[in-house]
Design a protein around this ligand. Structure first.
Ligand code: HEM
Length: 510
């Protein structure tokens, strides 16, 4: 009897709760429906789709069935996938007040402390202060000052490729990492720099695992964050926090080195050096140093992996498409000749190489579902209701692979960006994100990618491996880089290798 009463009471409570939620929803939604989406599992809904490999492809396919807006739901979360540039521009640029914050990741953000970084911090005053610091180092005027440094690194990359071409992935990673470290901390190529690059890789792996959707249940059931400290995910979060922000952590060590050099009067110019010289009056020195540490760490972290992944995709594309490579080399030979290496100012005179850069970014976007945003208030768009606290993902893969009658999106065709009869969105307008959270490193990234690509093309021929084809597989994670693959990188017969060595020597001694 008692049991039956309890059951009736529970059913009534559930009914009241559902009616209340329904009323709340219909009041807030003003009768507009939620965007459509695929049917899901009764418990986890369909948000597990996020955890799939190559989820961006699945989302792009949903476009045919459901349209530009696709809603995934489950475990109390709502995730809206945007499949068109129009929707991304409308929500992230025009309605920036509502869509400039990031969703809260319980594991990565709260437990590991990543919500104190520029990239994952909620929108607000503190984020603006960090972003301002990033801008001082990465504005268009400022990045011009790094051209010489980038050209030096490109020359060094060529000599490393001459010595051990099979280690091309390591060499490209070192080039990207050393540039970021030199810009942020002023630390030149040295064993110390190498140790920071290795630390940076460990941190990046940790970061990727931490925000892998579906890996940590506490991201869907936030009350689990109060689990005791011996529970496995709590231990992992502590480890991550220590690795990133601890006294010997990857963000702390280079900062302390710059401070030490500043005391000794030997610190070379760098973002950290410049920032520490003029602390603002409105925060304590320790809070300011914390901010500088966050910005420097983000620039190093966000800049290294993305440029490395783009360069690897470029090398893969060149090995697969010899004809495109030859066209780009012919352009470089005609404009630059072989008595010098390319410089960044050559970019305006190399339209085909530029188109190659754009096509690489389109063919394999390194952040195919962008970085998530979160709606602050209820909103309405395209006849649909977008409730507040919805996670919003710009699936830029859908833009990259938009059907085109003349140029098959699956094919690698730089020509698509030189054809004025086509209105193909330039990847520069979507690959770096949108609105107030747009990538602050975009100008630097373009320069680095261009100079490394152009220098490799000027000096080397890239072929598939002798013993077979190229495996076109990609890592899962926030940054989508090719899995290790093989190819043959050999000096071009026309390349003046003595000159390349001399140019690299000049870089070493500067
Ligand atoms: C191929 C190279 C790169 C790509 C494709 C890329 C892409 C992106 C994307 C899609 C975002 C998210 C923007 C949004 O939410 O709308 C982002 C954010 C960010 N990027 Fe990049 N990025 C690249 C290189 C760099 C470089 C070189 C740096 C630093 C030197 C950098 C620093 C950052 C930072 C700090 C953020 C966080 C911005 C914020 O949340 O306010 N990125 N990037």
């Amino acid at each position: 009897m008692l049991f039956t009463d309890a059951l009736v009471l529970l059913s009534l409570l559930i009914m009241v709760f559902c009616i209340a939620r329904y009323r709340q929803h219909t009041n807030a939604s003003k009768g507009f429906p939620l965007p459509p989406g695929p049917p899901g599992n009764i418990i986890s809904g369909n948000i597990r789709a996020l955890a799939q490999d190559e989820a961006h492809r699945t989302f792009a396919r949903y476009r045919k069935e459901y349209g530009d807006l696709v809603m995934l739901q489950g475990l109390g979360s709502k995730i809206l996938v945007l499949n068109s540039l129009e929707a991304m521009n409308e929500l992230f640029d025009k309605r920036a007040n509502n869509y400039s914050t990031r969703p809260n990741f319980v594991f990565a953000g709260e437990l590991m402390g990543l919500n104190q970084t520029v990239t994952m911090m909620p929108y607000g005053q503190e984020w603006r202060a960090l972003r301002k610091l990033a801008h001082t180092a990465l504005s268009p005027a400022q990045v011009k000052k790094y051209h010489g440094m980038e050209e030096d690194v490109a020359a060094l990359l060529c000599t490393h490729l001459l010595e051990s071409p099979e280690r091309f992935s390591d060499h490209v990673r070192t080039s990207a990492g050393s540039l970021m470290i030199a810009i942020t901390y002023g630390i030149p190529a040295s064993p110390m720099q190498t140790s920071y690059i290795i630390d940076g890789e460990r941190a990046a792996d940790f970061f990727t695992r931490a925000i892998d959707p579906g890996r940590y249940l506490c991201d869907f059931l936030p009350f689990l964050k109060y689990a005791p400290s011996w529970v496995s995910f709590q231990r992992q979060a502590r480890e991550g926090r220590e690795l990133l922000f601890g006294v010997r952590g990857v963000r702390r060590r280079p900062l302390e080195q710059v401070k030490h050099e500043m005391e000794a009067g030997t610190a070379p110019p760098s973002l950290v050096h410049t920032a520490l010289l003029s602390p603002p009056n409105d925060v304590s020195i320790s809070q300011f140093e914390w901010r500088v540490m966050m910005v420097a760490g983000d620039i190093f972290g966000a800049g290294s992996d993305t440029t490395h992944a783009t360069l690897l995709a470029f090398i893969m594309a060149m090995a697969l498409h010899r004809d495109k490579q030859l066209k780009a080399q012919a352009e470089i030979d005609a404009i630059i000749g072989n008595s010098r290496l390319p410089i960044i100012q050559d970019r305006v005179d190399l339209p085909y190489v530029n188109a190659l850069l754009k096509e690489t970014m389109r063919w394999q976007p390194v952040t195919p579902t962008g970085l998530p945003r979160c709606s602050v208030d209820d909103d309405f768009y395209g006849g649909y209701y977008i409730p507040k606290n919805t996670t919003v993902l710009p699936n830029v893969w859908a833009i990259a692979y938009e059907p085109n009658e003349k140029y098959n999106p699956e094919s690698f065709l730089p020509e698509r960006f030189l054809d004025e009869t086509q209105n193909i969105p330039d990847p520069i307008t979507w690959a770096f994100g949108f609105g107030r959270r747009i990538c602050p490193g975009r100008y630097l990234a373009e320069d680095i990618i261009f100079i490394l690509m152009a220098s490799i093309l000027a000096v080397f021929d890239i072929f598939p491996p002798d013993d077979g084809g190229i495996t076109q597989e990609f890592k899962r994670g926030l940054v989508r880089a090719p899995n290790p693959f093989q190819c043959r990188i050999v000096p071009r017969p026309s390349a003046d290798l003595k000159f390349v060595q001399a140019r690299a020597e000049q870089s070493r001694t500067q």
